[in-house]
Ligand binder design. Structure first.
Ligand code: NAG
Ligand code: NAG
Ligand code: NAG
Ligand code: NAG
Ligand code: NAG
Ligand code: NAG
Length: 464
């Protein structure tokens, strides 16, 4: 196997900060939205007004520091090694490459979108994995500029996804996308990006769009999607409910067995969730009703959607931490804001912009902010617990980059104009090709950093 040498660049203070200081907001994000799914009638939904507005958000998560590094083009060949191929970083001379005092850390998740004339790297003609509802070019989206951007972190570069490098890193491994259809959207983006190297074969256990499994045979790499919009066990108890978008029973202390029973052998698990928590829900704990979100049931206190959202992630993380044989890395892919403007999703709201925002043109607020903060808080707690057991948690912190892409959604180009679809103007999912492709840039960079991190951890141990 070709082993690449890591080069650490520039020293910088430690911290993964989400620092986002912004001018006044141009957009008010509407709280109500929903994803395509089973049983989703196109009907009314209550309007929720959210007032939380923060000018500056600073989160410092010390264990999550991201060193900047690049792969050297002069790769080293490793001979006669008895080490497994996954240890691509063993050549790193820790004491030489990682001066203990200061190492350049770059928060790859804070930055701006900059033009990239070379993009996109696939099209609807070269990739069959594009979901119909995200095949924007097929359905007549006239503008193409939205495909021609890349993410530029402040203070470093984020390399464009290299499918060969990625597959080399995940050789013999497996990756699970656990969550809603935005997670599936990400997996399909990744299949298209990887197609330059190899097409996967379908090794799904059943013919179910919601639970696909793909295998990259020459790399022995498996990728699977698990559809679990609430992460915890949930059941639709009424197709209408007060909001006319269904009433769901959520068993907040029970992880959804559709994924938790399946992921034990996976090396990487990417969790996501959010859009489904805006609907009416009744919350159960220990099999008793404890409250709800907009259920309008007598004697059931409204605990807000945020209560359910927090508990769902808490339960999901706890369940992962309790798995006996799980040795994988848990990624939280943070909430991906939608971009309905001039109305909520079923009241004429739409996303018609054709260029990204600069970071000073919008800000995280309302539901997006609440969701994001809940995720970070639950993640931190879970990560602390996990570390005691030697389990790794990583934040795939896509929220800011995603917030800045109001232009990346299908809008009305996810279907024929005559088609009767739930989300007529889809400002939730992402056109392919499109901004969601960048999530793979992030993921690859994070996987590369795993080597540096384990080296750092070793180094830290050595010094004790
Ligand atoms: C490494 O392998 C190549 C052939 O694959 C050989 O030419 C070279 O001498 C080997 N180097 C060492 C240090 O074993
Ligand atoms: C690593 O680098 C240090 C400092 O340059 C050097 O003293 C040491 O011998 C190197 N170790 C190995 C295993 O190459
Ligand atoms: C791809 O998009 C074109 C429009 O540019 C459309 O005519 C064609 O049907 C699409 N093909 C597929 C396979 O989606
Ligand atoms: C493929 O990877 C799996 C782990 O994902 C491993 O158990 C299996 O032995 C590998 N097969 C080959 C042929 O390397
Ligand atoms: C945002 O920043 C850019 C460049 O830094 C500047 O040209 C622009 O005027 C700023 N916009 C706002 C709304 O502050
Ligand atoms: C669209 O679908 C909904 C629910 O499936 C149905 O109630 C409505 O009548 C349909 N509208 C049209 C124009 O077919």
């Amino acid at each position: 196997m070709v082993v690449s040498k890591i080069i650490i660049s520039r020293p910088v203070p430690l911290s993964l900060s989400f620092l986002h200081s912004l001018a006044s907001s141009k957009m008010k994000f509407q709280a109500m939205e929903l994803l395509f799914g089973k049983n989703t009638p196109k009907q009314l939904i209550p309007k929720v007004t959210l007032l939380a507005v923060f000018a500056i958000l600073v989160f410092t998560i010390t264990p999550l520091s991201y060193p900047l590094f690049r792969y050297s083009s002069s790769s080293l060949k490793k001979n006669g090694s008895n080490q497994p191929s996954s240890s691509a970083f063993d050549d790193l001379n820790e004491s030489a490459s990682l001066p203990s005092t200061s190492i350049k850390k770059c928060d790859i998740f804070t930055g701006e979108w900059v033009p990239n004339p070379k993009a996109p790297y696939y099209s609807n003609k070269t990739c069959w994995a594009i979901h119909e509802h995200q095949n924007c070019i097929k359905y007549g989206r006239p503008d193409t500029e939205f495909m021609k951007w890349r993410w530029k972190p402040n203070g470093c570069e984020l390399p464009i996804f290299n499918p060969f490098q990625f597959l080399e890193l995940v050789r013999g491994k497996s990756l699970a996308f656990v969550g809603d259809s935005v997670g599936r959207n990400q997996m399909q983006s990744m299949i298209c990006l990887l197609s330059r190297a190899e097409w996967p074969i379908d090794v799904s256990y059943a013919r179910d769009d919601y639970f696909m499994r793909w295998k990259y045979e020459s790399y022995n790499f498996t990728m699977a999607a698990f559809w679990t919009p609430h992460l915890v066990r949930s059941k639709q108890s009424d197709s209408k409910g007060p909001g006319q978008t269904g009433l769901f029973n959520l068993y907040l202390d029970e992880p959804d067995e559709k994924w938790i029973t399946q992921i034990e052998d996976f090396d990487y698990v990417i969790l996501n969730g959010g859009h489904w928590f805006t609907r009416s829900m009744v919350f159960y704990e220990e099999q008793k009703i404890v409250g709800c979100h907009y259920c309008l049931l007598e004697n059931v206190p409204d605990l807000t959607m945020y209560y359910g959202y927090r508990k769902a992630f808490r339960t999901a993380f706890k369940a992962i931490n309790s798995l006996k044989n799980f040795k994988g890395i848990t990624f939280l892919r943070t909430f991906a804001p939608s971009h309905f403007e001039n109305g909520i999703w079923n009241q004429g709201g739409n996303c018609v912009r054709t260029t990204p925002f600069r970071s000073n043109e919008t800000q995280l607020e309302g539901l997006n902010l609440e969701y994001y903060m809940i995720q970070l808080e639950e993640f931190k707690t879970a990560e602390r617990e996990a570390r005691k057991k030697g389990l790794k948690y990583r934040l795939l912190d896509t929220t800011l980059a995603t917030l800045l892409r109001p232009d990346g959604h299908p809008s009305r180009y996810g279907h024929w104009p005559s088609e009767n679809v739930t989300l007529y103007n889809d400002c939730v999912h992402w056109c392919l090709p499109g901004p969601i492709d960048t999530w793979s840039d992030f993921l690859l960079e994070m996987l590369k950093m795993e080597g540096v991190r384990s080296a750092q951890e070793k180094l830290r141990l050595d010094k004790v």
